[in-house]
Design a protein. Structure first.
Length: 145
């Protein structure tokens, strides 16, 4: 089986030649301008709280830092990528680099003393329980005039 490089659209190909880097992969992926991966997240509101799910496969729970400063929740990792020469790869894309995600939590809503985090099967789950008075909020439809 031969590996074949596909031709890219003219505009992207021209930019790549001028800038000396592969742009098409970055335009279609979760990479930042610093070539580090930014984990995808899901945020779900439940009746009794919120859950943040961070997709970070291949990491260990010790790789994460979770900090709460007022109503700012920061999830980060300061993991160094080990550089080693490995032969036999035609392409190597696995990368475990540092990242930092910050979430603004609703004020006077989260019980900060009861926040818990678990890492399992490549997903970091952060449970943010609501304060009792925040659970009683009634959802309603707002009419537009």
């Amino acid at each position: 089986m031969a590996l074949v490089k596909k031709d890219k659209p003219g505009f992207i190909s021209t930019l790549e030649r001028l800038l000396g880097e592969d742009l098409s992969g970055r335009l279609q992926s979760g990479f930042s301008s610093t070539h580090t991966t930014i984990p995808a997240v899901n945020v779900r509101e439940e009746e009794d709280g919120f859950e943040i799910q961070v997709a970070a496969p291949g990491m260990e729970k010790e790789d994460f830092n979770i900090d709460l400063d007022g109503n700012l929740l920061t999830v980060s990792s300061e993991r160094e990528d080990e550089v080693e020469e490995e032969k036999g790869f035609a392409r190597k894309e696995f990368s475990y680099q540092s990242f930092n995600r910050t979430f603004t939590l609703p004020e006077n809503t989260i019980d900060s003393e009861k926040i818990i985090a678990k890492y399992k099967n490549g997903i970091l789950r952060i449970k943010l329980p609501k304060l009792e008075h925040a659970k009683d909020r009634v959802n309603r439809k707002i009419d537009i005039s």
